[in-house]
Design a protein around this ligand. Structure first.
Ligand code: NAD
Ligand code: UGA
Length: 472
């Protein structure tokens, strides 16, 4: 079966870049990305590529090549579904906030809404692809909604559906490279016609050996498991980092030593401020919920401890900063470098910076927050504390802690007590340490939670230096 028209519901961090790459690699396929969010769609259509709603290296170039040719962004969800042979569901699946499973289970209301939209608007044979990360057996829910629509329809022969699971493994900041050169593409399904149709899209640029076929439940569960394993490695190394600090060991050396064992491997062993991002926490909690649901309490508590350790680690860092600054940071000026959950993205969802900055503000500190891609509005939403007016004089800060958005790090250094690096942006690797030394109040602290500063070169300066996992 030759796919000619694709519709992707959800123009977010996954839908946008994934469809841009499919359009780029398959010029003969018309790709329509649809979303209910009008602002997001208008930004995808903005002539100024700087305004795309998502920052990813390489994304703007691909969008500029395909947009208006075979890549289209619109709010016409129903119409685009009706014209498509294949519909990807790429909507958000956050943790439920209330009701059954609140705090752990994934909220599938957006996925269910999509299934109903497809059921109502599809025509002919339509392949529905789960791109969102979903609890194992969600395909059953989607199938029953689609099947019910067939029964409702007057001409039951007109509509037929197949459901596939095709989870996405891209990481933000490297999304385009991950999509162009994936380690694997996973397709779970039952019907070889639809599996082959989807495989033939990826096979335009991915070798056959990397396109894995499984049953649909294995595919759904493999996605949750992959994220759980990755997050578990980070919690493991952060736990060992805390022990390094207590014992005189250095977590970078421990990582190198264990990572050169080919059974362990070197990736995902960087100790940091704690993992963030929209998915690790929610996907593990979802796994925990599933285990509890199936009565596997020990398995549930094993995975839950990965999240517990991560929460503890973020709090550990903010407490440590306070302790090092003589036990009080009230009215102290602290420069925060980086607010995104990792480098090369403007995404702040679950960023460790949120908890750490909130803790420091609650302790009374004045934070001067810099990030090359995260806006002041986004930081305000995340911290739930209004920033101080940019023009306000520093000495007019009031008793309670607060924060200010900065764009010029050097201009903000005067009388600062500490610099805290929370995101590994390239530009933070080469700060002007001469200037920082001359402008900051002594003793001046540098806290590097990302190990991006060369520890030997900073020793030349008059700083107190702390980096994560360094007990040496
Ligand atoms: P997102 O919040 O950035 O985007 C989802 C979009 O779907 C939103 O713009 C929303 O308006 C839209 N939407 C929701 N319901 C809709 C509907 N009924 N009709 C039309 N549009 C609708 O989410 P995301 O980060 O792209 O994640 C999407 C899914 O992919 C999640 O399940 C996530 O777990 C998974 N995932 C995310 C990443 C990542 O790096 N962000 C990586 C792999 C997998
Ligand atoms: C992660 C997975 O890597 C993707 O495969 C998956 O598709 C995606 O989640 C998802 O399902 O959403 P992402 O969250 O974008 O991707 O980014 P990662 O590179 O995995 O980083 C996650 C967090 O872990 C970041 O806060 C990062 O700084 C932190 N991290 C990562 C470390 O602290 N140490 C490491 O060694 C690696």
């Amino acid at each position: 079966m030759q796919i000619k028209n694709i519709c992707c519901i959800g123009a977010g961090y996954v839908g946008g870049p994934t469809m841009a790459v499919i359009a780029y690699k398959c010029p003969d396929i018309q790709v329509n990305v649809v979303d209910l969010n009008e602002d997001r769609i208008s930004r995808w259509n903005d002539k100024n590529l700087e305004k795309l709603p998502i920052f990813e290296p390489g994304l703007a170039e691909i969008v500029s090549k395909c947009r208006g040719k075979n890549l289209h962004f619109s709010n016409e969800v129903n119409q685009k579904i009706s014209n498509s042979d294949m519909v990807f569901i790429s909507v958000n699946t956050p943790t439920k906030k209330y009701g059954l499973g609140a705090g752990k289970a994934s909220d599938l209301k957006w996925v269910e809404a999509c299934a109903r939209q497809v059921a109502n608007n599809a025509t002919g044979y339509t392949i529905v692809v789960e791109k969102s990360t979903l609890p194992v057996r969600t395909a059953e829910v989607i199938k029953s909604i689609l099947e019910a629509s067939k029964k409702d329809s007057k001409d039951s022969s007109a509509k037929t559906f197949d459901v596939l699971s095709n989870p996405e493994f891209l990481a933000e900041g490297t999304a385009i490279n991950d999509l162009l050169n994936p380690d694997r593409v996973l397709i779970g399904g039952e019907n070889s016609l639809s599996i082959d149709a989807l495989s033939s899209i990826y096979s335009r640029w991915v070798v056959k050996e990397k396109i894995l076929h499984t049953n649909i439940w294995s595919s759904e569960l493999a996605k949750l498991t992959a994220n759980a394993f990755l997050a578990q490695r980070i919690s493991s190394i952060n736990a060992i980092g805390a022990l390094c600090e207590a014992t005189g060991a250095d977590v970078r050396e421990v990582s190198r030593a264990i990572g050169s064992d080919s059974r362990i491997g070197p990736k995902f062993l960087d100790s940091g401020p704690g993992f963030g991002g929209s998915c690790f926490k929610k996907d593990i909690l979802n796994l925990v919920y599933l285990c509890e649901y199936f009565g596997l309490d020990e398995v549930a508590s094993f995975w839950e401890s990965v999240v517990t350790l991560n929460n503890w680690h973020q709090t550990r860092i903010s407490k440590l900063i306070t302790k090092k600054l003589f036990g009080t940071i009230s009215s102290k000026k602290i420069i925060i470098l980086g607010f995104a959950f990792k480098g090369n993205t403007n995404d702040t969802r679950e960023s460790a910076a949120i908890q750490i900055c909130r803790d420091l503000i609650n302790e009374g500190a004045y934070l001067f927050i810099h990030d090359p891609k995260v806006t002041k509005d986004q930081i305000t939403k995340d911290l739930e504390v209004k920033p101080l007016d940019q023009n306000i004089e520093e000495n007019s800060f009031n008793e309670k802690g607060s924060w200010k958005h900065i764009t010029d790090i050097n201009e903000s250094l005067f009388d600062a007590d500490a610099i805290v690096i929370l995101t590994e942006w390239e530009e933070y690797k080469n700060l002007d340490w001469d200037l920082a030394e001359s402008r900051m109040r002594k003793p001046a602290w540098v806290f590097d939670t990302r190990s991006i500063i060369d520890a030997n070169s900073i020793k030349k300066y008059n700083f107190q230096f702390w980096r994560v996992g360094d007990g040496s």
